[in-house]
Design a protein around this ligand. Structure first.
Ligand SMILES: [Fe+2]
Length: 395
């Protein structure tokens, strides 16, 4: 029996030692460094700014290879004391498109920022393989502020010709020094085919001119909801609400960005039964109605401007009057739209509207300067001449 007991004790000691070795060995193995390859990603496009609000801004950029990313930012270029790093269910997102929201900003303040992307060469269960980090230069932007007494924005639309030379000439018409933000009124492309087309024919040239310092506001057009990649478009122009319709407060303007949907009924065979804009627009209407009824800022702002693609609400069955009445009730001062490719103006009272409707043509730029007492609007033609101008005074 004694011999058996000794054998058991020896076996127990051996087993414990083995477990100890395995545990220590395991810990050591977990601490082994992951592999870092000598490969640095490249920032192909951006960063560009979207979804401006008084307390937030979204920074978007694209890298050539999958990366995880962050934005460092601060009130002075030297410090960049804050870090915005997305966390998706506990994991850092890894991809080539990076959209990071900066939050808890202060209205009307200048912020410096730079983006950083670290290459992820291979995602594995353990010891994923990494690469090096690319950093952008330091840029800056200023958050909008409803208490500012002045704001200026520019509006372009219908760049669906997808002619880069023409788009650049169009962008040359914008008075960038005095523009606080750019609104694109939709039909960015003929249809949305893929990411390369999005950047090459549209976002690339525009983001270069915005110089990573002025935000883009996008009102979706009917062509932007067509094509194999239309369902991914939002990822490139995200908004503060997660929807294509939202509001922005900038100086004296309460800006309402609306989505006028498709220009034909859902049941048209061209859509192959894949569209549900009928219910989508109803939800948008309900949101707008609730906003009109509850928003103190809408009631108090010196000016209310709707930017949207179709000047007469897009296809909304026989509900156009309902939308116009709601806009009247909201005290809208001005609608700026596109879609027709030709300049026109509808004055208050002409179509049941209590507000001015400006339809901006292709290759034209509308410049809107707002003070607390007046909205000055000028449309510049492609040859640089003034095509229209008017002033609306505060109601
Ligand atoms: Fe259109």
């Amino acid at each position: 029996m004694k011999a058996f007991g000794r054998k058991l004790a020896v076996r127990l000691v051996l087993a414990c030692s083995l477990v100890l070795v395995l545990v220590i060995g395991g810990v050591q193995a977990q601490d082994e460094p992951y592999r870092v390859h000598e490969t640095r990603p490249v920032i192909l496009d951006g960063p560009y700014l979207v979804a401006p609000s008084e307390t937030g801004m979204t920074v978007v950029w694209r890298t050539d290879t999958p990366c995880h990313s962050k934005v460092t930012f601060g009130r002075t270029a030297g410090t960049l004391e804050f870090v915005a790093e997305p966390n998706r269910h506990g994991l850092l997102p890894v991809g080539i498109l990076h959209a990071i929201r900066l939050t808890e900003l202060m209205p009307g303040k200048a912020y410096s920022y730079k983006v950083a992307s670290t290459r992820v060469v291979k995602l594995k269960p353990y010891w994923s393989e990494k690469g090096l980090t690319v950093e952008s230069p330091t840029y800056s932007f200023t958050t909008p502020d409803r208490t500012e007494e002045k704001v200026t924005f520019s509006f372009i639309t219908d760049t669906q010709h997808e002619d880069v030379t023409r788009l650049k000439a169009h962008l040359d018409l914008v008075q960038w020094e005095k523009t606080d933000f750019l609104v694109h009124g939709g039909d960015a492309l003929s249809w949305v085919e893929n990411e390369e087309q999005l950047f090459e024919k549209w976002l690339g040239p525009i983001s270069k001119r915005l110089a990573s310092s002025k935000p883009l506001i996008f009102a979706r057009g009917n062509h932007d909801m067509r094509g194999a990649y239309a369902r991914s478009l939002y990822d490139y122009v995200p908004t503060p609400t997660g929807k294509y319709y939202y509001t922005v407060d900038a100086g004296p303007i309460h800006l309402l960005v609306l989505d006028t949907g498709e220009d034909k009924t859902d049941d048209k065979n061209v859509y192959a039964g894949l569209n549900r804009f009928d219910s989508y627009r109803e939800r948008e209407f309900a949101w707008l109605e609730a906003h009109v009824e509850t928003s103190k800022r809408l009631a108090q702002a010196p000016f209310r401007i709707i930017v949207m693609h179709g000047p007469f609400w897009g296809w909304v069955n026989d509900q156009k009057d309902k939308w116009t009445e709601l806009a009247n009730r909201a005290g809208v001062d001005l609608v700026i739209a596109g879609h027709h490719h030709r300049l026109s103006r509808v004055n208050p009272g002409e179509k049941g509207n209590d507000y001015t409707i400006l339809v901006v043509g292709q290759d034209q730029v509308a410049t809107v300067e707002a003070t607390t007492t007046a909205l000055s609007v000028a449309v510049t033609d492609k040859d640089g001449t003034e095509a229209d101008s008017f002033v609306l005074t505060r109601k």
